[in-house]
Ligand binder design. Structure first.
Ligand code: COA
Length: 260
C-alpha cells in the first residue's frame, strides 16, 4: 500500500512511523486511520522489525485528535461504528506483540492522546500538550480514552481531564504518570531511539512475553494475570535466550541473544 498520510522508515530493526498531515496538526481522518491499520498489520508480521517509534510530522503536533470534520454526520449507529473502528486500530497497536514508543512532539489531544495511550511507552517533548477535549464538542472520548487513561493515571485524574476537557502540559503529564520522560524537542527522537536500542539489546522473546503479561494486567483480575505471568515465565525458561542470558551471567560475559 502506498501511504499518503504517513510514512515509515526502517533502520536497524526499528520502524519509525510518522503521521503526516502537519497542515491539519496530524488529525486522524478516515484515510489516515486506514493507513495506520495497514502499517501496523504489516509491522506485526515483519520479522525485520522489533520496536516501533510512532510520532507526528512537524514541530507542533503529535496528533490533534480525530478529524473533527468527520464527526458532524454521525448518528447513534454510525457513531458507535466510528468509535469501534478506531478502537480496533488502537487495540492492534496495544497487542502488536512488539514495543511501540510514542514520541509525543506537540499536541496529543482527543484521539491523539488516546493513540499515545495505546502505545506501551510515551516520551514527550517539552512543548507537548495532552488532553481529552471531547466534552468541548459535546461528545466523549471514543478511542479508548475513558478506559486506558483511567488505568494509567487513576480514575480521579482521568475524570478531571475528561470532564473539564482542559489540556495539561508535558511536566504535568510527567507528574501524573501519563508520560515516562520529558525531553527538549531536539532530543525527542534520539531519546526514543536510545530506549528502543536498549530494548533491542535484550532477548526479544522475553520482551514479547513481558508485553503480553503487561497487557494481561490491563484486562484480567490479579489472579488471572498472575497465572498468565507464571505460564509465560515457564515458556521463557525453556527458550535458548534464557539459557544464553543466564549462562552469560554465570560466565560474567555479555549475552548474545538469538531470539529463540
Ligand atoms: N480535526 C480537524 N482539523 C483539525 C484538528 C482536528 N482535530 N485539529 C486541528 N485541525 C486543523 C485546523 O482546523 C486548522 O486547519 P485550517 O488551517 O484548514 O483552518 C489546522 O489544523 C491548524 O489548526 P489551528 O486550530 O489553526 O492551530 P492552533 O495552533 O490555532 O490551535 C489546537 C491548535 C490544537 C489548540 C486547535 O487546532 C484545536 O483545538 N484542535 C482540535 C483539538 C480537539 O478538539 N481534538 C479532539 C477531537 S475529538
Amino acid at each position: 500500500m502506498d501511504y499518503t498520510t504517513l510514512f515509515i522508515t526502517i533502520k536497524e530493526r526499528i520502524a519509525f512511523v510518522t503521521i503526516n498531515r502537519p497542515d491539519k496538526l496530524n488529525a486522524l481522518n478516515a484515510q489516515c486511520k486506514n493507513e495506520l491499520k495497514d502499517v501496523f498489520i504489516s509491522i506485526k508480521s515483519n520479522p525485520e522489525i522489533d520496536v516501533v517509534i510512532l510520532t507526528g510530522a512537524g514541530e507542533k503536533a503529535f496528533v490533534a485528535g480525530t478529524d473533527i470534520t468527520e464527526l458532524l454526520s454521525l448518528d447513534a449507529e454510525s457513531g458507535k461504528e466510528f468509535a469501534s473502528g478506531g478502537q480496533s486500530i488502537f487495540d492492534l497497536i496495544q497487542h502488536l506483540g512488539k514495543p511501540v514508543i510514542a514520541a509525543v512532539n506537540g499536541y496529543a489531544l482527543g484521539g491523539g492522546c488516546e493513540l499515545a495511550l495505546a502505545c506501551h511507552i510515551r516520551i514527550a517533548s517539552e512543548n507537548a500538550k495532552f488532553g481529552q477535549p471531547e466534552v468541548n464538542l459535546g461528545v466523549i472520548p471514543g478511542y479508548g480514552g475513558t478506559q486506558r487513561l483511567s488505568r494509567l493515571v487513576g480514575v480521579g485524574k482521568a475524570a478531571e481531564l475528561i470532564l473539564t476537557g482542559n489540556p495539561i502540559d508535558a511536566q504535568e503529564a510527567l507528574r501524573i504518570g501519563l508520560v515516562n520522560k520529558v525531553v527538549p524537542l531536539a532530543e525527542l527522537i534520539p531519546t526514543c531511539e536510545a530506549m528502543a536500542k536498549s530494548i533491542l539489546s535484550k532477548g526479544q522473546l522475553a520482551v514479547r512475553m513481558s508485553l503480553k503479561a503487561i497487557n494481561a494486567s490491563l484486562e484480567t483480575s490479579l489472579n488471572e494475570g498472575l497465572q498468565v505471568e507464571a505460564g509465560l515465565f515457564g515458556e521463557a525458561c525453556s527458550t535458548g535466550d534464557a539459557k544464553e542470558g543466564i549462562g552469560a551471567f554465570m560466565e560474567k560475559r555479555k549475552p548474545n541473544f538469538q531470539g529463540k
